[in-house]
Design a protein around this ligand. Structure first.
Ligand code: HEM
Length: 414
């Protein structure tokens, strides 16, 4: 099957100026003359969240949330949360052992379960512990993700928004409400001197309620939590199957590299290539705050919405070489990030990037982190992952996302 596709731009950006080369996309994303232009329709889910605010307000919010991604926080998440959660999710696959003794799983579902738990921990949602509760939480996050990315939906947009708002009420009742209540009680105890700051959870909701800003409306933490749960899970869940498919193809073509499936440095590079080639959305949209002339002379009028098509920009041969459209874990691209614009650029650059790619300090030892991509891929190879020869992976048809919908695998060592 063709694993690196040219994606059609979705209908709602047809007719607006497109930028497809690395240099223009970089210039627009870094420019202060633009503001966020995505998520115009998904305001009920993301409105006022970090992703949709700009400049001064954005700077203050980003600074407030930065402690979640400091080195010690990342080390804590990786060792205390991520690694046990990966192991637990794999153990649960044993329940799917067939009569032939073989454990089969759908990689998309497995990774979605792993990531649901990780995103619950960083956001501050309690009780995502049993398989049933994880399933329920994951389903909510997926639905919220559909609402939050309604711009890319192939269904009627108004109907999607109304349907998902009703579903969100269930999420609030079952997960969000009780989690907020517990955090507010802990913060009250901390402020009364009954517990120390160390005893407070390390997550987004605690941070927001601890540093409450009178300008916020009561539902802002819900929308910020929606952003975090969606942004942290749906991106990585799409990346892992791509990464595993490319590695499968790479090892078929380069059997001498097969032993590198346990080599963290190799896996890290493979992860970077997978996310460079497969972006989490079809485009990053921006709106010009004034008349702008780009360095190549292109004119953009004040108020004009433009689309940065970061998939072609990430395959720009002038930056990534003649074979930019292929997967090569040994690629060297000078002067640019190996993942290109996979995490965006400029002020909205992904705040969670280090959770995914790890802190570059470490490739072994106790210092730093490797990130979710390497840790998940390594655990899958240790579990003996193989494609299921009876059923090939298939891409999703439910949206314009470049993502697998099903990915049947065998976990040979479980
Ligand atoms: C493979 C994984 C990921 C990819 C490819 C990815 C990609 C992106 C991209 C492209 C943006 C910029 C959007 C824009 O400019 O309009 C972004 C922003 C963001 N991401 Fe990620 N992301 C990933 C994982 C995560 C994780 C794990 C978190 C969790 C904590 C996260 C949280 C966010 C947030 C909160 C923003 C908004 C930042 C801002 O506006 O300042 N992402 N991400």
């Amino acid at each position: 099957m063709e694993t690196i596709r040219d994606m059609e731009p979705p209908p709602h950006i047809v007719g607006i100026q497109h930028f497809v080369d690395y240099k223009s996309v970089d210039e627009i994303l870094k420019s202060k003359d633009f503001r966020q232009g995505s998520h115009q329709e998904s305001q009920p889910f993301f409105g006022g969240s970090l992703l949709t605010i700009d400049h001064g307000e954005h700077f203050d919010r980003r600074r407030l949330e930065a402690p979640l991604f400091r080195k010690e926080a990342l080390e804590y998440y990786e060792r205390e949360e991520l690694l046990p959660l990966i192991a637990k999710s794999l153990e649960e696959c044993e329940r799917n052992r067939g009569e032939d003794g073989v454990v089969r799983a759908d990689l998309c579902l497995l990774v979605r379960n792993m990531l649901a738990r990780i995103s619950a921990v960083t956001t501050g949602i309690d009780g995502v512990d049993t398989p049933e509760r994880t399933d329920a939480f994951r389903t909510y996050v997926e639905q919220l993700g559909t609402g939050a990315t309604v711009e890319w939906s192939t269904e009627d947009h108004g109907e999607v928004i109304n349907r998902i708002l009703k579903i969100r009420d269930g999420f609030v009742e079952e997960f969000y409400g009780p989690s907020v209540e517990r955090r507010r009680e802990l913060i009250t105890a901390f402020q009364a001197g009954d517990i120390s700051e160390d005893e407070l959870p390390r997550d987004l909701l605690t941070l927001m309620y601890l540093h409450w800003n009178e300008d916020w409306d009561d539902e802002l933490p819900l929308r910020e939590a929606t952003l975090y749960t969606v942004a942290s899970s749906q991106t990585t869940t799409h990346a892992v199957p791509h990464m595993m498919m490319h590695l499968h193809e790479w090892f078929e073509a380069h059997p001498e590299d097969y032993e590198k499936r346990f080599d963290r440095e190799f896996l890290k590079r493979a992860g970077h290539e997978a996310i460079r080639l497969h972006l989490p959305s079809p485009a990053l949209l921006r709106i010009a705050l004034k008349d702008v002339v780009l360095s190549d002379g292109t004119e953009i009028a004040e108020g004009e919405r433009v689309a940065c098509l970061f998939t072609p920009a990430n395959r720009d041969t002038s930056v990534f070489g003649e074979d930019a459209k292929s997967f090569d874990p040994y690629r060297e691209a000078d002067g640019v990030k190996p993942w290109g614009f996979a995490f965006g650029g400029g002020e909205h650059t992904c705040i969670g990037r280090t959770l995914v790619t790890g802190l570059s300090a470490r490739t072994d030892g106790d210092e730093g982190t490797d990130g979710t991509l390497v840790n998940i891929a390594l655990a899958l190879f240790e579990a003996g992952i193989e494609l299921d020869p009876t059923e090939m992976p298939a891409f999703t048809e439910l949206s314009y996302h470049d993502a697998y919908g099903t990915f049947p695998v065998i976990l040979r060592n479980l």
